[in-house]
Structure formats: C-alpha cells, structure tokens
Design a protein around this ligand. Sequence first.
Ligand SMILES: Nc1nc2c(c(=O)[nH]1)N[C@H]1C(S)=C(S)[C@@H](COP(=O)(O)O)O[C@H]1N2
Ligand SMILES: [Mo]
Length: 309
Amino acid sequence: MAGRWKNDLGWSDVTPKAAFLNRRRLMAGAGALALGGIAGPALAKLGAMPSRYSTDAAPNSLEDISSYNNYYEFGTGKDDPARNAHTLTTTPWTVKIDGLVDKPGDYSMDDILSGVSLEERIYRFRCVEAWAMVVPWVGFELADLLNRVGVQPSAKYVAFETLMRPEEMPGQRRAILDWPYREGLRLDEAMHPLTILANGIYDEPLPNQNGAPLRLVVPWKYGFKSIKSIVRISLVEEEPHATWNVTNPREYGFYSNVNPEVDHPRWSQATHRVVGGGLFAKRVPTEKFNGYGEEVASLYDGMDLAKLF
Ligand SMILES: Nc1nc2c(c(=O)[nH]1)N[C@H]1C(S)=C(S)[C@@H](COP(=O)(O)O)O[C@H]1N2
Ligand SMILES: [Mo]
C-alpha cells in the first residue's frame, strides 16, 4: 500500500475536502438527534469549523492516531497508551493558570472552552523518533486563552505541566522520567496562531491516549513538545524546565524545531516514516519546521538553529 503523504492517493482524493467539511458541518448542525443513529453510538460532535491553517494532506485514520502513541505515563510501548489510558479520569478537570498573568486561577474545562471557537486544524505531526502522521485536531489558539487571562509584560516564556496521578498513570509509579512531564515555549512561539490547545480529533473529544482532555499541539516542533493532559500553565520570566531537554540536553534541545539538517546524535532526521503507510513504504524527506517555515521561520531570525536546537 502506498504511503499517504502529500501527492499519494489518499482519503482527501476520495472525498473532496470541501464536500467532507460541508457534510460534517451539516451533521453538527443537525445534531446527534437526527443523525446520531446513522453514525452509531458516537461521541458528541464538537462542531469545529474549518481553518485556513489546515494542510491538504490526507489525515491518518483515527485507528492509526489512537493506537500508535507516545505517552510514557501509560508505558513506553507504542501500544501501551491505547491499552492503559482508559484508567484516566478526565472529568472534572481544572487547569491552574499562574505566574505573570493578570487573572491567575484554577480554570475548569467549561471556563476554558467558553469563549473560544473550536476549529479543525489538520496538521502534520513529526516525532523526533522519525515517524510522522497527519492529524485532524480540534482546538483553539493558545493565544486566545493567554489573552483572556492577560499576559504581563515581564513574561517571556510559557511553562506547561501534565497531570501527576500515579494511581491512574502506571508509568508514573516508575522512574522512567522525572514526573510530572513538563514542557515550555518562548512567549512568541506560544502566541503564534499555529500553536493550539487541542481537545479533540476528528470532531470528537480526544482519546485519553492522545492527551485528554487538553493537550498542546505545536506542529513545527518535534512531537515531545506537544505536552498532553495539561493541568498547569505558568507565565514565567526564565526558560522553563522541559522534560526531555533536561533529561538529555545533548539529544533534545529546548527549541526542538523539526530540522532535517540537524541529526539526532543516534539517527538521521533527514527523512521519516509515515505511520500507516505499511511496512515497506518509502521514507519521505523531512521538511525544515515540518513544512511550516513560511509561517514560523521569522521567529528564529538571527538564531543558529544548529547550536540552539
Ligand atoms: N505528558 C506527556 N506528553 C507527551 C508525551 C509523554 O510521554 N507524556 N510524549 C510526547 C511525544 S514524544 C509525542 S511524539 C507526542 C505523541 O502524541 P500522540 O500520541 O497524540 O501522537 O506526545 C508528546 N506529549
Ligand atoms: Mo515523540
């Protein structure tokens, strides 16, 4: 089977995107009442609107996206999160927003989702391990949330933290990483319109293994920057602790922009494998900034991305 990437035949060739989005919007409008029976006992549709930031590349199947995961809180095998993450309680959920903000507080998911408009963002997603997928996320711009809580002028970075709950996260009972998982962005990266907080995939709530109920998605950076199941967002002055960067700074930089010119010390980053493309699928060239250079390259003007990777 051919790998589904850019010019290969794929889902988007079979279903023209406009028609697909239209049909889905109609379904969202009609509500679960009229059409829910046809769709089966599906989860509530989120009703996300299409976005100009979406790629035309064919999305991976929900099966691919929710069965091949990195989420070490649930084990280090690619199929461990799908097997184990059902134990995670995601309601109620609060996100503490603190640090250099005008309105710090403990915000419920309802607080957070009220006043944002959910969009579908079909993004390329590239893991530092040299595999990739295309994911139809549902979410909203992180900037929307940060603007609502009011970022103070002295803030330079945003720090994120994953839930710490070893009773429900078996991986946290072992010293695989220095828990809780933490990540960070420079403020301008965090405010960039491509940076989203996602609460869904394929117009349905996020599967637990993908970081329910709320996870970061930064499509021009290696996947480990896209931290899952966020419980804390802090506006800070200094470069924040980032789990993989601190664990192994020689191999994982704080910035970790996708970059085919800077190899991982143990493997090449020049190409990657598309998940779902089959065992014998050809590797495809990796693009700088994962193909989002036009949008984000200027954030790094004057920086040596080989040294400050
Ligand atoms: N809390 C937490 N977030 C995490 C991880 C993790 O182990 N724990 N893995 C990261 C890595 S390495 C990748 S590639 C992506 C994978 O996201 P996905 O499973 O939705 O494809 O999540 C990132 N976010
Ligand atoms: Mo990753």
